[in-house]
Every structure is written in C-alpha cells, then in structure tokens.
Design a protein around this ligand. Structure first.
Ligand code: SDX
Length: 428
C-alpha cells in the first residue's frame, strides 16, 4: 500500500482508497467507492470526521487557532481591511485593486434598495415577531421578486443574485428592526459606506439628520469581517446542501439563516448575552460554571466551546479588543463586560474547560459590543446572518460552479422495525 492510499478490510473485503491532500490541513481519505465495493456506509453523525467538499475559501486550524480567508489571516484582515474588501476577496479569490474595490462597492451600493412591494410584506408580521423569523421569511420571498436572476446555470444570474443578497441584507435587517420598534423604514443612503448605511437605516429617523460615529462604523465593519465566513459550519453546509438540488440562491440563503438561528450556532450571541444578564454579578459565576459542568444539567456556557477550535477562537480575541474601543468611543461602561472577563478567567482555569478545550468563541463578546452600540439582543443573530451572507454566497458559488457537483444525499444506519405486514384496524 503506497503512502497516498488507505486500506480498509471490512466484511471480508479489503479496499484501497486514495488519500487526497489539500494545500494545507488534514489529508482526506476518498471513500466514494466504499459502498459500491463493501456494501457498507461510513458512520459520522454530526460530521466530526467528514470533509463534505473541496473549498479554497477559508481554512481553520482549530488546534492553533488559525483562520485564513483565501490565505489571509483574520487578524490582519480585521486590522487592515474592510467588509467590502473581504467580501470581494471571498467572492473573487484575490484582494481587489483600488479600482476593483471602488467598482464592487458601487455595484453593491446600487443594489441596496428593496422592491417596494416587500415593505408591505413586513406588515403581515406581528410587531413582536423575532427579527430572525422576519429575515427567514423576507429572504425566502426575494425569489418572488427577482425572477431575472434565478437561473443558476447562468454565471451572470449567479453574479447578480450574489450582489443582490449581499447588498439587500442590511436593508432587510434594518427594516426588521424598524418594524419591531414601530418606526418608519429608512431608505438606503448611497453616500454612506456599506456599514454606515446600515447604521443609518437602523438608528436614523426621517425627522432628523443621522451622524454615523466613525469609531462605531469601524467596529461594526470589523465585526462583519469576523463573521463573514467560517469553512463548512452548520449553516454553510445547509446552504450547500440546499443549493446542491438546484434551488435558487435566495431560497438557499433563507435555509442558511434558519440554521444559523439555533442557539448552538449563530443564536449563541443572543444566548450568551442573556446568560451574562442572568449571571449578573461576578459572585454568581461559580454557580453557573458548576451547572455547565453538571452532566445532568442541560445548561452550557453560551459563547464557549467550538467544534473546530480547541484553542482560542482568533475572532474572540479581536472581539474582546473591540469591546474596549467601542466603550471608549461611546463613553459607556457595562458591568456585564467585567462579568464576561471574570467568567472567561474562571472558566479557563477550571480543569473541566481545560480538559475539554473549551474557549470563548466569536459569540462570547459580540453581544456586549452590539448591545453597547444600541442593538436589542434579538438583533444579534440577524447581524451575524447579515455578515455571513457573503460567506454563504461565496460557498454557494464555489459549489455551483464545480463541474463535479452532485446533489447531496447522505445515507443512514437504519434502526427501525424489519418488514412486517399491515394489521387491519379491526384486529388491533
Ligand atoms: C458558532 O462551526 C462553526 O464554525 C460555527 C461558528 C461559525 O462562525 O459559523 O464558529 C459560529 O456557532 C460558534 C459556536 C456558538 N455556540 C455556542 O457558543 C453554544 C455553546 N457551545 C456548545 O453548544 C458547543 O461547544 C458547540 C455546539 C459549539 C460545539 O459542540 P460539539 O463540537 O458538538 O462539542 P460537544 O457538544 O461534543 O462538546 C464536547 C464536550 C461535551 O462534554 P462530554 O459529552 O464530552 O462530556 O464539551 C462539553 C460537552 O458537554 N461542552 C460544554 C460546552 N461546549 C461543549 N460544556 C459546557 N459549556 C459549553 N459551552
């Protein structure tokens, strides 16, 4: 057996399987012929050891706490780049020239308006509807308004629908917030940056001028960068699986939003701030640490742990620094930040968290910043979805343009009843 082959003996059959290598990261064993040659499936609920695709977008080394987008470290992008530039990078593979960035930003800016009919769509929701429920509904409905860009076999359609999704998510998110607080929708302002425009549509009112605070604009733009893409996480895998059937991109992104909403995934930022509020003061931390360690208690430290990072999530590091910048810019103090810092310190010195390699993830600090900027807790995952849309769209494009792409269709280990005959009702 050569060193680029793995051999397996199962059911009296032995099979040599090719080992494939990427540019960096773990090799993979190509098991595509396994079932045909052994009659057996692999078994990997939760996909802890399964590579679902080839991708050149994002690389994560969970042990080293490394996150690269098209090879560029997240720390460098967070410090030097912008969300528009990172969006271009994810979509096109290279950092843009000044002209390319200007053209891309202008294209996105000119797609920020929503079809006017969609504003009546919002009026069908209850005012107290969770903004994520509204976002799922409105994004799914986009395919009812933009029929001219849903032919996924046409690269131009793919490009236009990708730009529309990236551009319209801030407008949809801001409108969901405005609807929940009973304020009028604020139209996009093409003079502003992508993030500045979102802040104005969210917090501006028609009755007066709105001044974007540069420090807040920069901090929120950096938060968007930190959330842009993250390899084959649950919501990205949902988008890829939905897209593998040929569904239109708007429907695929709506599916990703639905998956992201879960508290084990993007809903953790909302859950983490609610947890910090429930803990309240540092003296109550130990009680919650003990609950998190108790196998009989479903409570988990929200914002802690990660399927891939078994070291510090590099995004959490940037997030923690950003808290201090936003607090200084807004001259705010939030005792929950002290509680969060203390909780992190206590947890990271506790053998349970050390052994299980549970560190703060991207969601642990984001809620504190978003709350300081003025977003209600229910908007936190909406902002995650807003930023992750470029990652979902880039991953979807990568999949759809792969000539070897097939519909995703996993199998199962069947544990139900063996075949049996129907029993008439009169005999039951
Ligand atoms: C995101 O995949 C991504 O890339 C996601 C994301 C992205 O950018 O797309 O990074 C965004 O979703 C971040 C994660 C946000 N979720 C949370 O903060 C929720 C709290 N965290 C956990 O639910 C959990 O850590 C997960 C879901 C994040 C990861 O779960 P895994 O990989 O399935 O790990 P596991 O549940 O098997 O946990 C391993 C052990 C278990 O104990 P044992 O059964 O081995 O005894 O660690 C324990 C767990 O009980 N554990 C925790 C814990 N997280 C895991 N114990 C207490 N508190 C926690 N937060």
């Amino acid at each position: 057996m050569s060193d680029n082959q793995a051999s397996l003996t199962a059911g009296g059959k032995s099979l040599d399987m090719p080992i494939k290598s990427g540019t960096i990261g773990p090799d993979v064993i190509d098991i595509r012929k396994l079932y045909a040659q052994t009659g057996m499936f692999t078994y990997d609920p939760g996909f802890t050891s399964t590579a679902s695709c080839d991708s050149a977008l994002t690389y994560i080394d969970g042990d080293e706490g490394v996150l690269l987008h098209r090879g560029y470290p997240i720390g460098q992008l967070a410090e030097h780049s912008s969300f528009m530039e990172v969006s271009y990078l994810l979509l096109n593979g290279e950092l843009p020239s000044q002209q390319e960035l200007a053209d891309f930003s202008r294209t996105i800016t000119r797609h920020t308006m929503l079809h006017e009919q969609l504003s009546t769509f919002y009026r069908g929701f209850r005012r107290d509807a969770h903004p994520m429920a509204i976002m799922c509904g409105v994004v799914g409905a986009l395919s009812a308004f933009y029929h001219d860009s849903t032919d996924i076999s046409d690269p131009q359609h793919r490009k236009i629908s990708s730009h529309r999704l990236i551009a319209k998510m801030p407008t949809i998110a801001a409108m969901a917030y405005k609807y929940s607080v009973g304020q009028p929708f604020v139209y996009p302002d093409n003079k502003l940056s992508y993030t500045g425009n979102f802040l104005k549509m969210t917090f501006g009112v028609p009755a007066e001028e709105y001044e974007v605070i540069p420090e807040v604009e920069k901090a929120l733009d950096r938060i968007f960068i930190l959330h842009a893409d993250h390899e084959q996480n649950a919501s990205t895998s949902t988008v890829r699986l939905a897209g593998s059937s040929g569904a239109n991109p708007f429907a695929c992104i709506a599916a990703g939003i639905a998956c992201l909403w879960g508290p084990a995934h993007g809903g953790a930022n909302e859950a983490a701030l609610n947890m910090l509020k429930e803990i309240g003061t540092p003296d109550r931390i130990q009680h919650y640490i003990e609950r998190a360690k108790d196998k009989n208690d479903p409570f988990r430290l929200m914002g802690f742990g990660h399927r891939v990072y078994k070291n510090y999530d590099p995004r959490a590091t940037v997030m923690q620094q950003t808290v201090r910048e936003v607090f200084a810019a807004l001259n705010v103090q939030d005792p929950l930040f002290e509680t969060a810092l203390r909780l992190e310190e206590i947890a990271l010195s506790d053998p349970y968290f050390i052994e299980k390699k549970l560190f703060p993830n991207v969601d642990f600090y984001s809620g504190i910043i978003l709350s300081a900027i003025g977003f209600p807790t229910t908007m936190f995952t909406v902002l995650f979805a807003l930023a992750r849309t470029v990652g979902w769209v880039a991953q979807w494009n990568e999949m759809i343009s792969d000539p070897g792409q097939k519909i995703g269709r996993p199998r199962q280990l069947y544990t139900g009843p063996t075949q049996r005959d129907y029993v008439p009702l009169s005999q039951r």
